[in-house]
Write a protein that binds this ligand. Structure first.
Ligand code: F6R
Length: 241
């Protein structure tokens, strides 16, 4: 793993965004795997700024989001569909047909997982962007998930629900289930960029980098990939030395 420890969240966001922007400039039809949550917000702001100032085009870029809550509509303010539109897609020249996000509105969850997986099989993700849960999850692959998993329906850990309750009015409103790309899908990407900040990620980052490769820390699977770039702030990196 190529590990960069930056001064703060702003700096790590800038560095990670530069890798993505460079990739899109080099290959117009870049396939990006994208994440939601707090961690990528600074990166998305940098990408939008660059698009506005330098006109980097996303016209031919194809995107696949990692995950989506199950049982909330696309229009729900906390759906990942809504998040992506608000925080990235509405501000770029991306073709809506090139955007892929699992649907949390589906009646047939198994079919939705299979179809998403089939779509993924038609592409190779050039850069997969990841955050990490305080419990070591990537996407919504919670501890115990098989490293050979593909897109699946998942019951969210109570830790994940409490961590994400900050985005909802109450814990009761946080969905109990989600659809997520599997670990195998994630590892298929040519390059993986993981970003983390804050002291609450320090244990997960330690286990991801220094711990055993074990499903108890899903992110430890990244030790098996040969092109992973990690951007950390000082707090999330504080247990490494
Ligand atoms: C989001 C996702 C999750 C988050 C993780 C960290 O699409 O896949 O794995 O990256 O829960 O969330 P934040 O960044 O909000 O701390």
């Amino acid at each position: 793993m190529d590990i960069h420890i930056l001064e703060n969240y702003e700096e790590l966001s800038k560095s990670a965004a530069q890798l993505i922007i460079k990739q899109v400039k080099q290959k117009k039809d870049t396939v990006l795997g994208l994440a939601t949550g707090s961690s990528p917000l600074g990166i998305y702001a940098e990408i939008i700024k660059d698009h506005q100032e330098n006109h980097t085009s996303y016209k031919d870029v194809i995107t696949f989001n990692l995950d989506e809550y199950f049982g909330i509509s696309k229009s729900h303010p906390q759906s990942y569909y809504h998040f992506m539109k608000e925080n990235l897609f509405n501000h770029l020249d991306i073709n809506p047909n090139n955007i892929h996000i699992p649907s949390g509105e589906t009646e047939d969850i198994e079919q939705e997982c299979q179809e998403y997986n089939k779509k993924l099989e038609n592409y190779v993700i050039d850069i997969q962007l990841l955050g990490i849960g305080a419990n070591g999850h990537i996407g919504f692959n919670e501890p115990g998930t098989s490293f050979s998993s593909v897109t699946h329906y998942v019951k969210l850990d109570e830790k994940t629900r409490t961590d994400n309750a900050r985005f909802f009015h109450s814990l009761d409103e946080v969905p109990t289930h989600a659809i997520t790309m599997g670990i195998k899908n994630i590892l298929n990407a040519k390059q993986i960029i993981l970003v983390a900040s804050g002291i609450n990620k320090a244990d997960a980052i330690y286990n991801m980098i220094k711990g055993p490769i074990d499903t108890n820390c899903p992110a430890s699977c990244l030790q098996m990939h040969d092109n992973v770039v990690v951007f950390l702030d000082k707090l999330s990196a504080s247990k490494l030395t």
